[in-house]
Design a protein around this ligand. Sequence first.
Ligand code: IVH
Length: 679
Amino acid sequence: MSTAVNKASLEQQAQALHVSIGHHDYLYYVLNDPQISDAAYDKLMAELLALEQAYPELVTADSPTQRVGAKPLAAFGSVRHAVPMLSLGNAFDDTEVLAFDKRVTDTLHAAGMVGAAGQVQYQAEFKFDGLAISLRYENGSLVQAATRGDGQTGEDVTSNIRTLRSLPLKLMGDYPDVLEVRGEVLMNRADFLALNQAQQARGEKIFVNPRNAAAGSLRQLDPRITATRPLRFFAYGWGQISGELPYQQHSDVLDWLGRLGLPVSPLRRVVDGAQGLLSFYVDTGAERTQLPFEIDGVVYKVNSLAAQEVLGFVAKAPRFALAHKYPAQEETTRLMGIEVQVGRTGAITPVARLQPVFVGGVTVTNATLHNEDEIRRKDVRVGDTVIVRRAGDVIPEVVGPILDLRPEGTELYVTPTTCPECGSAVEKPEDEAISRCTGGLFCPAQRKQSLVHAAGRKALDIEGLGEKLVDQLVDSDQVKSLADLFTLSVEVLASYPRMGRKSAENLVAALDKARNPELERLLYALGIRHVGETTARDLAKHFGSIEALMAADEEALLSVNEVGPAVASSLLRFFAEPHNLEVMQALKRAGVQPQAVQQASSDGLRLAGKTLVLTGTLPNWSRDEATRHILAAGGKVSGSVSKKTAYVVAGDEAGSKLVKAQQLGVPVLDEEGLKAILL
Ligand code: IVH
């Protein structure tokens, strides 16, 4: 075999592997439809690597082994765009869209390109919130990638762009000699959150939003770092293309780019006239928060390429396209102060006081900062210019500071050591992120919140007792506890501002109704930590009366389905607290009497009245699981074997308890035997 033939066949072999790996990358990263296992893919890659190692002359720039590997750069080179990268005119309301459509229709009508009654056809797309990139393919190979820069000249980010696995290094099918593809690089929201978590764990830079993370990841001088960042790309246009364009519509060209193996802007729609544009805007707006990535608007483009040419450009933007923006979800403003709010359980939440800013369609003056750790993590300081975010109906939050704009002399935030509402000490349990006021119901803020909670729909459902009135009742010392609510008279209530006699009467009637709540509602209303609606229901069913619950010891509490040590100890603490006992008595005096509960009886259950002991490791059930099943069947679980033990359930490596059972003649079951009794 001659050397030339041998070389040609090796090249063919390498080429075949390029194509195969490229094809599987496309299936996996673009179509989300992998057709071989990871192991099979790795094998192809290993084969190619081995081949290239043996014959280094086979390594080409578009080999899939060359995605990562380039060395860090000292600086980015600059790239002059063959066709300038333009920007888009913006519209913020329907009127501007109607005016755009009218301008376009009039011009095209004058040019004889639409009939008298005809409507212009548009391609409507997402306006991706990432960064614009131009990719240059020559003879089907990716040779250069550049940022937009000033539109004329951008930065050369080729090595970084190569690491995006969704981008083909080699185009598929019938490609032109030169093809410049334009599109947006971005990061999915979920990937952004995961990246930030990893960054935080490593003590590295936190990004304020996905766009920032995408830009920061792409503008890394070390492509090996970019390679670890989950960047995506969507094509929405093109620059230079050699030869005749094979299509006449913008939408068709994008479809064609898709067939060449490029990820193309998804969920595009071809629409007619202004109404078509506005419907797309509304429909997309409704889906916007469900999308995996962020968009800041939609883009309309006249679909006919001939019409685009007739319309031409003004300054740096085309006349044939328009960006229709959604209200910004993020804005910058000044952080004027950080105050704390005290919640029902004493949880201290720092709240940002902001210079009012219009964001997400409303004016925002306060935003949550979550907790002290979060403030530290984001390093937000009073005086900072901060990014405020309000997406959909989510409560506004401070995303982070703009460090470049930080004034001198700002200080790190520290949580107050005493509660601003009651002066009690503030404590932060070691394993929790949240600081708490230790004032309990002595703290007016906690008292107010617990009253609002007790009056809520899932609790006592006291109609007409809102936050404002609770504030007034507590501030005037009229109401100090839940029980005091039930002593309020029409006269007293009517004496409060903005409280007519009729409303006062209605509230007294509502209070009357609330005197005989279902037991589970009263339990939930008490606001005992860890006792949510479901636990309250389980407790009510199990104990049947408030007296029985108050008398229960730890063992009795733990025997309730779904009650674990945290709930049990919280209940024990609550009912051991003298102040709470006073409130319980006062409630009784005020005539609050929960309805009797049909108690779930344990008679008739398979293990009613029986005590079991678990020892060793069961094959399938953990000890907790086995315990839950036994409790649910009306049985008890004990730690030691006696003559009264009904059964010992023994698994692997059972020890002295099994011996004791045998000595005492207590029946021994394995997991199967236990299941047979339970079922
Ligand atoms: S077309 C000649 N289409 O918006 C028109 N741009 O303000 C060039 N963008 O820098 C842009 N999604 O980064 C176009 N579907 C889309 C887009 C889009 C996002 C960005 C792009 C550009 C900016 C224009």
